[in-house]
Design a protein around this ligand. Structure first.
Ligand code: URP
Ligand code: ZN
Ligand code: ZN
Length: 462
């Protein structure tokens, strides 16, 4: 069994910060302590570097057919990019097609991932069709390793479900240890606004944002929270983008209800003005919910700092500017919704969140690794550095600098949202279950070596 000794690293978890050695035996952390003997093991010097638990991105869409095309990263390219950014685990959305069982949805996503996976992964099931037979199948989802479901309150005519469906699922989920995740936007109101803008000839990318007002997100968030509270069910609101929606979440949480939410990196850094960029460049920033305002960004930063929001993920759903985003050149509603980011999350949140003091280093680990692991049934196997945990470790060089660009990123997409942004602090070495998969610019991971994670039932409300 391979044994590696990581020496003198500055270990940072959600709770601790200390210098020690980590002994990795096989796939697990075997010991943590001072001056552990080298005993002929493979020794990695981490002096002057941080050691973090591998990050977990609980909101991704690899190989997703969506908006008339397919997301540009598959389970291999997306995993390579994730690993270079310090993410060693993600949870992707297996979308249930109309008429499909949940089992079929999971099998379809296994077929996409199994032979390509190079980091560890799990699935949520995104439910789009809920006849009685599928409702009866929900309690079986943990047998497939899936303990969370996503329901869409938006995308009318394709993915959206009605309130009865959402409410029924919340009740069934409550009884079977499942966590319901919602995309909270009022799809009916948005549908009316989109048609109105089209009729008025308002077709540029900015109208994507203007047809999805923040009140549509706040209203749906409050509605989902209320339904969850009536059902007595936990709830996780994905990709929250605005102050008014976070306010609804805070109100629900103040009742003591197990209601949680995430934001995504992009909402902390971009505004709807980015959708006004000339030459159709605004399309690069089209995602749902849309980018909001500086006011909303400030509210989101505060919310992640004070635990009104519990996680930061990416909603990585990349579409090329040329050949995919341009499907909507004549009509914003045809621009495939989604942005890339699986590779950038740690670097951006470190340089523009930790370094300027907006969040602490411990909170950064908590938001990007520990809370996601706890909420989604992976803790303590993942999400921390502890004896017995998987040796998913990131050795982080706080002095290494980079200019982010589509020319040097690993994502299979022709642009980067953070093009030209300078970062200081980035991964130097990344270990997945004890195996070195990234070392500087070199890739040592392998297709098929990523493991499917059967997740525990929901138990950790944050
Ligand atoms: O625009 C987005 N967010 N695309 C991915 C699908 C979703 O709604 O999460
Ligand atoms: Zn969504
Ligand atoms: Zn998404």
């Amino acid at each position: 069994m391979a044994v590696t000794l990581i020496k003198n690293g500055h270990i940072v978890t959600a709770a601790d910060s200390y210098v020690a050695d980590i002994l990795v035996e096989g796939e697990k952390i075997k010991a943590i302590g001072q001056n552990l003997p080298a005993d002929g093991h493979n020794v990695v010097d981490a002096g002057g570097k941080y050691v973090f638990p591998g990050a977990i991105d609980v909101h991704t869409h690899l190989d997703l057919p969506f908006g008339g095309t397919v997301a540009a990263d598959d389970f291999y390219t997306g995993h390579v990019a994730a690993a270079f950014g310090g993410t060693t685990t993600h949870i992707d959305f297996a979308i249930q097609g109309k008429g499909e069982t949940l089992k079929q949805a999971v099998e379809n996503w296994h077929a996409r991932a199994d032979r390509k996976a190079a980091i560890d992964y799990g699935f949520h099931i995104a439910i789009t069709d809920l006849p009685e037979s599928v409702m009866r199948e929900i309690p079986k989802a943990p047998d497939y390793g899936v303990t969370s479901l996503k329901l869409f309150m938006a995308y009318k005519g394709s993915l959206m479900v009605d309130d009865g469906t959402l409410f029924n699922s919340l009740m069934v989920a409550r009884d079977s240890g499942m966590l319901i995740c919602v995309h909270a936007e009022n799809g009916d109101a948005i549908d009316v606004l989109v048609k109105k803008m089209q009729a008025e000839g308002k077709l540029e990318p900015i109208y994507h944002a203007l047809s999805r007002p923040h009140f549509a997100e706040a209203e749906a968030t409050a509605r989902a929270a209320a339904l969850a509270m009536i059902a007595g069910s936990p709830l996780y609101v994905v990709h929250m983008s605005c102050a008014s929606a976070v306010e609804q979440l805070r109100w629900a949480r103040e009742t003591g209800a197990p209601i949680m939410g995430e934001t995504c990196t992009q909402y902390l850094f971009f505004t709807e003005d980015d959708l006004r960029k000339p030459n159709f460049e605004g399309a690069k920033f089209v995602c749902s919910p849309p980018m909001r305002t500086k006011f909303d960004q400030d509210a989101l930063w505060k919310a992640i700092a004070v635990n009104d929001l519990q996680a930061v993920s990416t909603d990585h759903c990349p579409f090329n500017f040329k050949g995919q985003k341009d499907l909507g050149k004549e009509d914003f509603s045809k621009i495939p919704n989604g942005v890339p980011g699986i590779e950038d999350r740690l670097k951006i949140m470190y340089s523009y969140g930790v370094t300027p003091g907006k969040i602490s280093l411990n909170r950064w680990v908590e938001l990007l690794s520990t809370n996601p692991a706890k909420i989604f049934g992976l803790y303590p196997r993942k999400g921390t550095i502890a004896v017995g945990s998987d040796a998913d470790l990131v050795i982080w060089d706080p002095n290494k600098e980079q200019t982010i660009s589509a020319f040097n990123h690993h994502m299979n997409v022709d642009y980067n949202l953070y093009e030209g942004w300078h970062v200081k602090g980035m991964p130097e070495k990344v270990f997945l279950r004890g195996r070195l998969i990234v070392d500087g610019d070199s890739w040592y991971g392998e297709q098929g070596k990523g493991e499917y994670l059967c997740r525990e039932k929901f138990s950790h409300a944050m």
